[in-house]
Ligand binder design. Sequence first.
Ligand code: PLP
Length: 442
Amino acid sequence: MSEKLKPAARVAGQRQDVWSIINEAAAASPKQPVVNMGQGFFGYNPPDFILNAAKEALNRVDCNQYAPTRGRPRLLKALSEAYAPHWGRKLDPNKEITITTGANEGESRPAPERHLLDLIDSGQGMLSAFMAFIEPGDEVIVFEPFFDQYISNIEMPGGKVVYVPMHPPKDGATKTLSAAEWTIDFDELERAITPRTKMLVINTPHNPVGKVFSREELQKIADLCLKNKIIILSDEVYDRLFYVPFTRIATLSPEVEQITLTVGSAGKNFYATGWRVGWLMGPPHLIQYVSAAHTRICYSSVSPLQEACAIGFEQADAHNFWTTCINDMQAKMKRFNAIWDELNIPYSIPEGGYFVMVNLAKVQIPEDYSFPPHVASRPRDFKLAWFLIQELGVAAIPPSEFYTDANAHIVEDYLRFAVCKPDEVLEEAKERLRGLKKFLKQ
Ligand SMILES: Cc1ncc(COP(=O)(O)O)c(C=O)c1O
C-alpha cells in the first residue's frame, strides 16, 4: 500500500482488540447461540415512559433539527433539577452542564479502515474533556483496570497516560469478598504525580471491578489533586446503580468541585446505550472549554433522544425508576452470582454497576487444549474466555485487556461478566456454567 494511504498510528492498532477476539470466538463456537455476558449492553428496553417520549419527540419538527451545541435546554434543565439533591444545589444549566454524544463512546476500537472523523463523531464526552485540556506531553493518571476508551482519547491530543494499578484482594483466589477490597496504593499514586500531571481519571461505581470508592479514598485522591493542581475527571456513568453509600467526588468540598468534571450517561441510566446521550457537569471555567471542544468535534448531539432523556429525568421519580433500577440490578446480581456460590468459585461482590469479576483460578484448562495464536500469546484470562466460549457457549471479557502488559498478571485469573441481561439469559448462562464442574481443581 502506498505510504500516503497508511492510517495514522492513533488508529492503526497492532494487536487485535478484546471485543473482536471475543466476538470472533463467539461466532466460531460450536455452542450456538452463545450466551453473551461480555459487552455491557442491556438485553432489554428502557421503560415505556422513556421509549414513548423518544417516539413522540420524532414527530416534532424542532426535535429533528440541530440541537444547540451545549444541548437542548429542556435536558439541561432536567439534569440540573435531577442532580440538585445530590449536589446540594442546582447546577446552572447554561454554564455548568454540557451535553455530549455519550459519556465516552463504545466503538472506536483501533480500526484502520474507519475514518478518524467517524471515530471522533461516534461519541465523546470524555474525549471533549481531554481535547479541551490536554496539550502534547501532558500526563493523565488512569487507574488499572481502565475503561479502554480512556487511553486512545488521552493519546489523541498527544497526552501521556500514566498508569496506577488497583490491587485485587489478597485472598481473591479463594474467598468471595466485597469489591471494596480492590485498593489503590496511595504511595504508588503519589509517586505517579509529576509536574506534568494535568488530569486524573477516576471511575466510580467502577467498571469492571464493581467498587464504589469510599468517601475516605475519594478525599485522599482529591487532596492530592488539590495539592498538585490536577483536574479530576470523574466518570460516574453508573451513578444510579449503587448498592452501598455512593459519594460524588465533586461534592466533597467547594474547592474540589472547582477542579472536577463529572461525566454521566443516559445510555447507562436509561438502558439505552445506543442512544449516545451523555453529559459533563462542572464549574463554568472548565465546562466552557469542554463545550468548545465538543462543538468542534461533532457540533451537537442527537436531538430527539436528548428530548426523550429530558422527559426520562423529569418523570423518573414519579415512576420510582431509580429505586427500581437498583432493586432490579441487585436481584440480577444475586440471581447470577448464585452459580459461583454453588460451584464454590470466588468473586468480588459488586458495590455498584452491572459487572461482576469472578476469580477462575480453580478452573483447570486441559494441558493439550489448543488455542489460536492470537489467544495463546495473551495472558491466561484470554485463554479462560476462549475456553468458556468454546466449551460452554458463555462469553465473558478478559480484564487483562484493561491493564498494561506489565500489570496484566494481576488479573489473569479473572473474567468479567455483564449481568444487565434478561433473567432467562442469566438462567441459561448458569445452566451452562455448571459444565465447569468437571474442570475444577479440588
Ligand atoms: C466506565 C465507563 N465509562 C464510560 C462508558 C461509556 O458510556 P457511554 O455509552 O455513555 O458513552 C462506559 C461504557 O461501557 C463505561 O463502562
